[in-house]
Design a protein around this ligand. Structure first.
Ligand code: ATP
Length: 781
């Protein structure tokens, strides 16, 4: 059955204005009466007329007349007319004519109840099922007693003439049963989460943990704390899920969780650590009142438009205004201030049109907002715990229809988040990071957290996912960005050497060859303005403190290398979010901002200045033209602490407990050794040093500066081999990378002994200053 968008009231033709008015009155009155005595459907309105009232009334009248014709036998002219109708119905559908009035009356009531009328999925299903059953019964009646009317002849006698009645009868009985099942199987499918980016971007880079080699910790750099010590084995449970952890979860998710609980020796946090938020409310008395007020404003200004249904989201409710014929939409949008005045709120946002509808939307804040928790979003999305969905899947929040909004960061592939103080930016970053931490092990996703404000991301200290302790010093943050560019270049070299174009293909090959896959690298910067300030203060020709350059390079190139950047700022001005940065950042998320120009900086459109704060956001995913309004997911400090704690407890124990790990604060206090010496724990220093010396010997002895040779000979992952190569470059042992070619080796085999002595001296000096014992940079690419 074709889906009808709007069913205009039947045209009463030449009956004139009085008849037209009478007909409209009748349809609206009928609609109201039916909606007054039946349970109200979603989005329907008891008081106002609905677009399908005309059709519903027509069906109702037809059902009543047919009922009178079939079920009563009055005398007189009316009786004769009814008898004629009954005879016609009998000719057309045989004995079914007795049941048809009931079907028509039911259909009429449903059309009047449901705002979508015959286009409602439930009704399409029921009507289709009923039609199938009726056609089959008519066929049976025709074959059995010649009582199926014209319809029965078509479905019974005619095909039976070809295949015999013995074949047709079972077919008809089965069809009737199938139709009945369709009619009674009334359940609508569960609402699916709204896929902002591609939802189930099947990523088989990291299958089940069993597919990963036991020592799967593939560090992005040797500086990563989790690099060398193997993660706990599955045989030694680190943190069993709390009792009853899965009981609070939907069955599908719980099952997924069980199968994915241990991956590559890491235990994923139980999703039950994330709890549900406020239960959603569908409609409230306040909503009905606002609707009446909006209708009042339209009437006052004599605008022929009616406020139809409304949709209550967690933070705002969207009222749908259907515009009458010949009315300019600008008449409604021009009433924004009047709506605001009547409702006593400045935060009225008008959408013209509502995407996908021929109606104008008016969004009004809810007086009783609901908090959307990350738990709500995750638990509503059954694929969350499936290992096939992307590791960088994040829960964003819920849209105006209350549907969960999720997105894959890798598809974005980078994100700009802007919003004034208190708008919910940090809340969002917490949801983003917690999302990733529910699904990705340190072997799969590594984090680089840059937090010049020092407080926002402190809760993530000590995560095994961190490539380096949280960077809080702005100058070091800039250095970290430069490091990220080098990491990206190394990864590109590795992709070229392997003859593949992106990390997904690389990892597929790596797995097939039994090598370690590359982890995704997610860098989060909160706050971008603090970094730009460093660049602002630096001398013009000081490349080392350039911020825009490395950011733009990463934005342009890093996707294939599996590196993704999230830039957050509370100062969305053009000197912070420069034209170049913006042009390369297709995915944007705006929370409430102070002014319209700020909104334009983030989403290239007005709107964010009308947002309510506290997680009320406008999201433009890559490729989209209109923003999606969503209420950002919220995750409490307690939940973050639980998830982070779960990972922290899996942090491999220090190899040499006597040597205390360098804490972020200490690391920051140490002299800045340059980008390659990102401050780190020295947990794995000894193992790294031995590996580094081995690598030097291999490269110098063979005079062949190839990263893949190191991978093979040392049985290490690409990232580690690349990092060692980089350190050798810093130590003046090999030349810079030349794409897929091997690097020049600058040291001859007979110089090896001297190099060892020099490195020992360096180590000693570094150990004394409590800084990572890697050689200082001598050459720069
Ligand atoms: N998604 C959300 N749901 C419910 N409440 C929220 C949400 N996001 C933020 N809030 C509320 O708003 C307050 C401020 O939010 P948040 O700290 O995230 O703002 P911010 O934009 O990061 O501000 P700042 O830049 O000053 O840190 C929070 O303490 C919380 O009470």
């Amino acid at each position: 059955m074709a889906r009808r968008k709007q069913q205009p009231a039947p045209e009463p033709g030449a009956l004139g204005p009085i008849a037209r008015a009478a007909w409209q009155g009748l349809t609206i009155g009928t609609g109201r009466a039916v909606r007054g005595i039946t349970p109200l459907a979603d989005g329907a309105d008891r008081g106002a007329g609905q677009p399908h009232d005309g059709l519903g009334t027509l069906l109702l009248l037809t059902g009543m007349v047919l009922g009178a014709a079939m079920w009563t036998h009055p005398a007189g002219t009316a009786g004769a007319a009814l008898a004629g109708i009954a005879a016609l119905a009998g000719t057309l559908i045989g004995v079914l004519a007795y049941a048809a009035p009931a079907g028509l009356l039911y259909l009429a009531v449903q059309v009047l109840r449901m705002p979508a009328g015959l286009g409602s999925p439930a009704l399409i299903r029921q009507t289709g099922g009923a039609a199938l059953t009726a056609a089959a019964i008519a066929g049976v009646a025709d074959l059995a007693a010649g009582a199926g009317g014209l319809l029965g002849r078509i479905t019974g006698a005619a095909p039976a003439a070809l295949v015999t009645a013995w074949v047709m009868l079972p077919v008809l009985v089965l069809s009737a049963t199938a139709g009945l099942i369709t009619v009674t199987g009334f359940t609508l499918p569960r609402p699916q989460p709204r896929p902002v980016a591609e939802l189930d971007d099947l990523d088989d880079d990291f299958d089940d943990g069993s597919a990963l080699p036991p020592a799967a910790a593939a560090p992005v750099s040797p500086a990563a704390p989790a690099a060398t010590p193997a993660p706990p084995t599955p045989a030694a449970p680190v943190h069993p899920a709390p009792a009853g952890a899965t009981q609070a979860r939907p069955a599908a998710t719980a099952a997924g969780e069980q199968t994915a609980a241990v991956v590559g020796g890491w235990h994923l946090p139980p999703l039950s650590l994330l709890t549900a938020g406020d239960p959603p409310k569908k409609r409230t008395a306040a909503g009905d009142e606002i609707k009446a007020k909006l209708q009042g404003v339209l009437a006052e200004f004599k605008v022929n438009a009616s406020v139809g249904g409304y949709r209550r989201g967690p933070a705002v409710t969207r009222y749908e205004i259907t515009v009458g014929p010949g009315v300019k939409v600008s008449k409604i949008t021009g009433l924004e201030q009047n709506f605001a005045l009547v409702l006593g709120t400045p935060n009225v946002r008008i959408l013209s049109p509502i995407p996908g509808k021929s109606a104008v939307g008016v969004e009004i804040p809810n007086s009783d907002r609901e908090t959307v928790s990350l738990g709500d979003v995750i638990h509503a999305y059954a694929a969350w715990s499936h290992r096939s969905s992307h590791r960088l899947l994040i829960g964003l929040g819920k849209d105006i229809d209350g549907r969960p909004v999720t997105a894959v960061l890798a598809d974005m592939p980078h994100l700009l988040v802007g919003g004034a103080t208190g708008s919910g930016k940090s809340g969002f970053l917490n949801s983003l990071l917690t999302s990733v931490l529910t699904r990705a092990t340190p072997d799969e996703v590594r984090l680089l957290l840059i937090d010049p404000k020092r407080v926002e991301l402190a809760a993530y200290t000590g995560l095994p996912h961190l490539v380096t302790p949280i960077v809080t010093n702005p100058v070091k943050a800039v250095e970290a960005l430069h490091w990220l560019v080098r990491e990206m270049e190394q990864r590109y070299d590795a992709l070229a050497e392997a003859g593949v174009r992106n990390i997904e293909d690389f990892n597929r090959k790596a797995r097939a060859a039994g090598a370690t896959p590359l982890p995704y690298l997610l860098a989060v910067v909160d706050e971008l303005a603090d970094l730009m300030m460093v660049a602002g203060k630096a001398a013009k020709d000081d490349d080392e403190l350039d911020v825009e350059g490395p950011i733009v390079r990463i934005l342009q190139l890093a996707r294939a290398a599996g590196i993704h950047l999230v830039l957050a700022t509370q100062r969305p001005s053009v000197d912070v979010v420069t034209g170049l940065i913006k042009a390369n950042l297709p995915s944007r998320l705006a929370f409430a901002v102070a002014s319209l120009p700020d909104s334009r900086v983030i989403i290239d459109a007005p709107g964010a200045e009308k947002l309510l704060g506290r997680g009320d956001g406008l999201f433009i995913p890559v490729g989209a033209s209109t923003p999606i309004r969503l209420q950002g997911a919220w995750v409490t400090e307690k939940e973050i602490a639980a998830v982070v704690g779960h990972w922290r407890r899996q942090q491999p124990a220090p190899a040499a407990p006597a040597r205390a790990a360098v804490q972020p604060a200490e690391a920051e206090a140490a002299p800045a050794p340059g980008p390659t010496a990102v401050p780190r724990s020295n947990v794995d220093a000894d193992a790294d040093r031995a590996l580094f010396l081995q690598a030097i010997e291999l490269v110098v002895a063979s005079q062949f500066g190839s990263t893949s040779m190191l991978q093979r000979k040392l049985r290490i992952g690409y990232a580690k081999a690349g990092r060692l190569m980089d350190l050798m470059q810093d130590a003046g042992i090999v030349g810079p990378s030349e794409g897929s070619k091997a690097r020049d080796v600058l040291v001859k085999p007979d110089e090896l002994a001297r190099i060892r002595v020099e490195l020992d001296a360096d180590d000693q000096a570094n150990a004394d200053s409590n800084v990572v014992p890697f050689p200082q940079r001598q050459q720069r690419r």
